[in-house]
Design a binder for this molecule. Structure first.
Ligand SMILES: Nc1nc2c(c(=O)[nH]1)N[C@H]1C(S)=C(S)[C@@H](COP(=O)(O)O)O[C@H]1N2
Ligand SMILES: [Mo]
Length: 425
């Protein structure tokens, strides 16, 4: 745990820094030293061992795995944060994400009652309540309906939860890793509601999971008829158990908890249902004393993924800063980057492909002069919403605010090339 704290714990920190600094300086020296560079290019011409003998045959790995050299790219969890794994969260290594899709094995996890192993033939989805003809569907029966495939992110409302008062975790994986993105395939909820025939006074729905938590969530009819999907597949294969196998509700752009996994029941009614005690609510208490009990939309947010604490700056001079931006309200239209902690901004390039309510890649050129820099990114979405600074966010929500932290992230680049999570202003 302490390994990842940014401020105190000097001992561990300084040895870690020493390690990063040595490797960073090693990298710079190799570039500068001419003879070493020449030697390297001669080495590159030698035939390596793997070019001299046959490699592994087909189906050495019936279900493929990443390269042996990518073992560090895994989900991680913080035992001191939510120690009981069945009701905990694991963070996706977004510092290693290339592109806008999270590989299925790296999708973050948030469970309230563990991951059930559901036998798909025994699993049924019931749609009932204020409907003309209730419906009970097996997975196979659901698959007979016309399907859509859509790329959307899912972000837990708790993403960034520990960063509200001060910079805490000196790892991008832990400050922003409660978000992942996939191409989801399934049947639009609208199609299923058409099938059952909803009563005209029906305004709300309840989605319930088949896990031990029986997690249930109310959501309004407008969303159900807009872009809600009952999905069975994720990035071209059936859902992973961790993501809700065999069925999951996806409410694009809405806070993680409304994307009910292991979906077994949808009830149609007139008004929202009482929240169950055992279900976390992600309620924000406001300065006025009022509370935002249901926050539906994950507002626009962005972060620089390279450099970041896990990826120090290795070269002086020309390089490219890369990052991810997203909005629960629709498309990302603009990302600006600051190199001086928010005093000046430059427009970054949005790098496609780009979808509604999905992760979006951005890049900007940077010439690093080797001096300390404060890197930030700020997204604007298609509604004109601008990602707030932490100060702006706290002035809106007050100091008891914890969830829904979509504030601007600052990375301090030290002259050594090391990158540190800091808060400015
Ligand atoms: N049935 C059920 N659905 C659930 C949960 C759960 O514990 N049980 N957790 C919710 C929360 S809080 C989040 S953030 C997302 C996490 O989705 P993931 O585990 O696929 O990343 O699922 C939501 N859906
Ligand atoms: Mo969540």
């Amino acid at each position: 745990m302490r390994k990842y704290m940014s401020k105190s714990k000097k001992k561990i920190e300084s040895s870690r820094r020493g390690f990063i600094r040595n490797s960073v300086l090693g990298g710079l020296a190799a570039l500068v030293g001419r003879s070493e560079a020449a030697e390297n290019s001669v080495n590159a011409l030698k035939v390596p061992s793997w070019s001299k003998e046959l490699g592994a045959g087909v189906i050495s790995n019936p279900y493929g795995k990443p390269s042996l050299f990518e073992k560090h790219v895994v989900r991680r969890f913080l035992p001191w944060m939510l120690p009981i794994r069945e009701t905990s969260v694991s963070f996706s290594p977004i510092q290693e994400q290339h592109g806008i899709i999270t590989p299925n094995g790296l999708f973050f996890e948030r469970h309230h009652g563990g991951v059930p192993q559901i036998e798909p033939r025994e699993h049924k989805l019931v749609i009932h309540g204020m409907v003309d003809k209730p419906l009970m569907l097996t997975v196979k029966e659901l698959m007979r309906f016309p399907c859509v495939s859509r790329v959307h992110f899912i972000e837990c409302a708790g993403n960034g939860i520990l960063e509200q008062r001060s910079a805490q975790l000196n790892r991008l994986q832990f400050t922003h890793g409660m978000i992942s993105s996939a191409e989801w395939t399934g049947v639009r909820l609208k199609v299923l509601l058409n099938e059952v025939g909803i009563h005209k006074d029906a305004k709300w729905l309840l989605a319930e999971g088949a896990d031990a938590a029986g997690l249930a969530r109310s959501f309004p009819m407008d969303k159900a008829l807009d872009d809600a999907i009952v999905v069975f597949a994720q990035n071209g294969e059936m859902l992973r158990p961790e993501q809700g196998y065999p069925l999951r509700l996806v409410l694009p752009g809405w806070e993680g908890i409304s994307n009910v996994k292991w979906l077994r029941r949808i009830e149609v009614g007139e008004r929202p249902w009482e929240m169950r005690e055992e279900t976390a609510t992600y309620t924000d208490l406001l300065p006025s004393g009022k509370a935002r009990q249901f926050t539906f939309i994950q507002e626009a947010k962005s972060v620089i993924t390279s450099p970041c604490p896990e990826h120090p700056v290795l070269y002086k001079g020309r390089q490219v800063i890369k990052g991810l931006a997203w909005s629960g309200e629709g498309k990302v239209v603009r990302v600006d980057v600051s190199f001086d902690g928010g005093k000046n901004w430059q427009q970054a390039k949005i790098v496609g492909p780009q979808f509604d309510k999905s992760l979006t890649r951005f890049e900007i050129d940077w010439h690093w002069n080797g001096k300390q820099a404060l890197l930030q990114s700020r997204v604007v979405d298609e509604t004109g919403y601008v990602q707030p600074s932490l100060k702006q966010l706290l002035s809106l929500r007050g100091t008891s605010y914890m969830y829904h932290n979509n504030s601007i992230q600052t990375w301090m680049v030290h002259p050594s090339g090391e990158v540190e999570n800091v808060q400015v202003g």
